[in-house]
Design a protein around this ligand. Structure first.
Ligand code: G6P
Length: 482
């Protein structure tokens, strides 16, 4: 890309697969609700400041009154005080099957999370992925923008497709929100070369951790021995262009002050009281896990760990209740439906096996809860557990700490979650594949002596206060404006 691109005042364009708001036509007009989740929260606040355009997958036509949506389907957002536009790109059923359910979530997702046994390469998936990346490129290419910010694994080919057509008129920055896998794993992908070419056409690529960036640099070296890779600066020279790389250990989407305030709000407290009354949670320590029902979250390993613990140490039965809040995700993919079923069955089995007259070992909540209620749950829990087998960052770990401000609690976090880099050693880090060690870490957290808990809590609070989505954004915007 051309380094002489000026950071002139043309608007910023953001590309994500998910939309920032969900929309419903109510008869009086369109009701828009902001989607929760780190990525969307953070980017929504940037665009509210900078103005610009957001392009995402969604239907503009089907469920809305055509009289309140412009002819081309653009929406002005946020609804109360519009400052940017959302352009939704509609995909047909086959495209959704091949691009989203197929290549994105049955090839790239398992591959990048090192679950190679789950990678399912169907020829139509790749064709669909290319086609939809090209479709989004078409949507962006004629827009009047000087800075294009491409997010995540859904659009790895877009930077190259764009570069071929805009020849240096806009600066393209990519951010990969999931891990970049080790080169030996990435090589398994039959399209590894095309994917790397796609990403390398960005002016800059951001990763959450140093090890993901290191993996990316090694992939480039192996695939393109003629390229130059400067480990120190992260600069890559490939063909006739330069690509910068950097790590942003700041999490996207966590504003600790806001999380702490919402966790302590009257509605969060009321919801916690209702939940604890419903499940009789007042007396016993609470251990909590909050996850999308995704195999990368290691929920079955966590349940195995609890079973092993209560088996090996009957004295820890009745010592705490484990609350699992689970959110259905990607349910129209078989693997995900199977996983949902597996988790639910495993919870039932454990409850049947270990329950006593006075104690239900696991409370399983799979209905959707407002974000405030989840923050209230974090705040009143004694221990949070994150046991991902691999995770780009994991905001739950950070939110758990932020929501617990002013209380004392302990956190167990997988060493394979990006967040462990920020939170170790004050969180108990653990290898989730070692189920006995995971069970022991949960007990250690539950029974942690008060002075140790106070010390760890204080440092965890400091670590989380020092990281903020605001800083992630600032650093990213610097790259965009360079
Ligand atoms: C991860 C990805 C996001 C994605 C989210 C939910 O966090 O990095 O890009 O949006 O999972 O997955 P979904 O398929 O429901 O969008």
């Amino acid at each position: 890309m051309d380094d002489s691109v000026e950071a002139e005042n043309r608007p910023l364009l953001v590309l994500t697969n998910r939309q920032p708001y969900s929309h419903r036509y109510t008869g009086d007009g369109i009701e828009s609700t902001r989607s929760e989740g780190g990525l969307v929260t953070a980017l929504d606040s940037v665009l509210q400041t900078t103005g610009g355009e957001w392009v995402a997958w969604g239907s503009a036509a089907a469920d809305f009154d055509p009289s309140v949506v412009s002819a081309d389907g653009e929406l002005e957002l946020p609804p109360d005080d519009p400052s940017y536009t959302l352009e939704r790109v509609e995909l047909d059923r086959r495209q959704v099957d091949d691009f989203y359910r197929g290549y994105s979530n049955q090839v790239l997702w398992p591959l990048f999370h090192s679950h190679i046994d789950r990678v399912n390469v169907e020829p139509t998936f790749w064709e669909g992925y290319r086609e939809v990346n090209a479709r989004f490129t078409d949507e962006i290419v004629d827009r009047d923008t000087s800075r294009i910010w491409v997010h995540d694994y859904h659009f790895l080919l877009v930077p190259e497709m764009l570069t071929d057509r805009i020849s240096g008129q806009s600066r393209i920055v990519s951010f990969v929100h999931i891990p970049w896998p080790p080169a030996e794993i990435f090589d398994i992908c039959p399209h590894s070369e095309q994917l790397l070419e796609g990403v390398l056409a960005s002016d800059h690529v951001g990763f959450h951790t140093a090890s993901y960036r290191e993996n990316f640099l090694r992939c480039v070296e192996r695939q393109f021995p003629a390229s130059t890779v400067d480990r120190e600066s992260g600069e890559i020279g490939h063909r006739s262009s330069e690509t910068g790389t950097s790590t942003f250990v700041q999490p996207v989407g966590i504003y600790p002050d806001e999380v702490a305030a919402r966790a302590d709000s009257p509605s969060a407290s009321a919801s916690w009281r209702a939940l604890s009354n419903q499940h009789g949670l007042c007396e016993t320590p609470i251990v909590v896990g909050v996850d999308r029902l995704d195999y990368t979250k290691g929920i079955t390993k966590r349940l195995d760990a609890l079973a092993s613990l209560w088996e090996r140490h009957p004295e820890y039965r009745e010592a705490f209740v484990y609350v699992q809040k689970a959110t259905k995700s990607r349910s129209d993919i078989d693997e995900y439906r199977d996983y949902q079923h597996e988790v639910r069955e495993q919870v039932h089995r454990l409850n049947d096996r270990f329950a006593t007259d006075d104690w239900q070992p696991i409370v399983y909540i799979d209905e959707s809860l407002p974000y405030e209620d989840i923050l209230g749950l974090y705040r009143h829990a004694d221990v949070g557990v994150v046991s991902s087998t691999r995770d780009g960052m994991n905001l739950v770990a950070l939110e758990f700490v932020a929501a617990s401000r002013g209380t004392e609690s302990a956190l167990v976090v997988s060493e394979f979650a990006g967040a462990a880099e920020t939170l170790a050693p004050d969180a108990l880090t653990v290898n989730p594949f070692d189920v006995e060690a995971l069970g022991d870490a949960i007990v250690e957290a539950v029974t942690m002596p008060a002075p140790e808990k106070a010390n760890r809590t204080a440092t965890l609070q400091e670590s989380v206060a020092g990281v903020s989505a605001g800083r992630w954004l600032e650093e990213n915007l610097d790259r965009l404006l360079e």
